[in-house]
Design a protein around this ligand. Structure first.
Ligand SMILES: NC(=O)c1ccc[n+]([C@@H]2O[C@H](COP(=O)([O-])OP(=O)(O)OC[C@H]3O[C@@H](n4cnc5c(N)ncnc54)[C@H](O)[C@@H]3O)[C@@H](O)[C@H]2O)c1
Length: 254
């Protein structure tokens, strides 16, 4: 599963699951650009992982909800590396709340980050990949997209949109030798999860769910990252439009 000579973009790579993905891709030989709006954290992550792996790892400040910033991210990567082989859409955000307590402002924010962010990066990067007849896109959705999740009505919908969007792109761009796959994490031990648990409702719901995980623990970011490396690599050259959960068995969708 060597990615030597490949160039990857990872959105939301400053921390959490994204950080583990950046490290695993670089360990497999890829040069990686983190696109994240946490500039300082992203730069620190990039320089630490560059030191550990010896690959080129850089950070570009970009908010995925803004198409112009995403296009600037793409241009920066093309200027530095001349090509983009791998796109990992990992940036995401959520807060737990019963649907009827949510507001239109919250809907907008959740849909903008989790769904429109993925639309933006794909819109910006696909023409380049199609021209080269080569590319692998891995979108980080959520198990909630497949089975719903209490307190996450809008988030689950936005992540389900990512699944349908990814399958459609997989069909449209198979002729361009571009593969598009989806990973659905279950509950993962990340800064996002800690932030959600600061709220009593979030703590109650997530605390209850953990008890139903057959493998009896939360995911660590490193439980998810190796699957990204596999899907990005030539070892997965016959896999496209697929959705895989990494969730300790919490749900087992057929
Ligand atoms: N942690 C979980 O339990 C869990 C479960 C299922 C799915 N996920 C998904 O996994 C992905 C990573 O989540 P995480 O738990 O590591 O979260 P995290 O908050 O710990 O890390 C997310 C990263 O994305 C960045 N980001 C957020 N909004 C952005 C934006 N608009 N533009 C650019 N960067 C942005 C953040 O700065 C951060 O570095 C997300 O898509 C999330 O929805 C997480």
């Amino acid at each position: 599963m060597s990615l030597t000579g490949k160039t990857a973009i990872v959105t939301g790579g400053a921390r959490g699951i994204g950080r583990a993905i950046v490290q695993r891709l670089a360990e497999a030989g890829a040069d990686v650009v983190i696109g994240d709006f946490r500039r300082d954290e992203a730069e620190a992550t990039a320089s630490e992982i560059q030191k550990i792996t010896g690959r080129q790892v850089r950070a570009v400040r970009a908010d995925v909800t803004d198409l112009k910033q995403v296009e600037a991210l793409r241009d920066a990567v093309l200027q530095a590396f001349g090509k983009i082989d791998i796109l990992v859409n990992n940036a995401g955000w959520d807060r737990l709340m019963p649907f009827l307590k949510t507001t239109p402002e919250l809907w907008e924010k959740i849909i903008a980050v989790n769904y429109k962010g993925v639309i933006h990066t794909c819109y910006a990067v696909l023409p380049h990949m199609a021209e080269r007849k080569q590319g692998s896109i891995v979108n980080i959705s959520s198990d909630s997209a497949r089975v719903g999740s209490l307190g996450e009505a809008i988030y689950s919908g936005s992540k389900a949109a990512v699944v349908a969007f990814s399958k459609t792109l997989a069909r449209e761009h198979a002729r361009d030798n571009i593969r598009v796959n989806v990973i659905c994490p279950g509950l993962a031990d990340t800064p996002l999860l800690s932030e959600i648990q600061q709220d009593p409702f979030g703590q109650k719901v997530l605390g209850a769910i953990v008890n139903f995980v057959p493998l009896k623990r939360l995911a660590q970011p490193d439980d998810i990252a190796p699957l990204v490396v596999f899907l990005a690599s030539e070892a997965a050259s016959y896999i496209t439009g697929q959705v895989t959960s990494v969730n300790g068995g919490l749900t087992m969708v057929g």
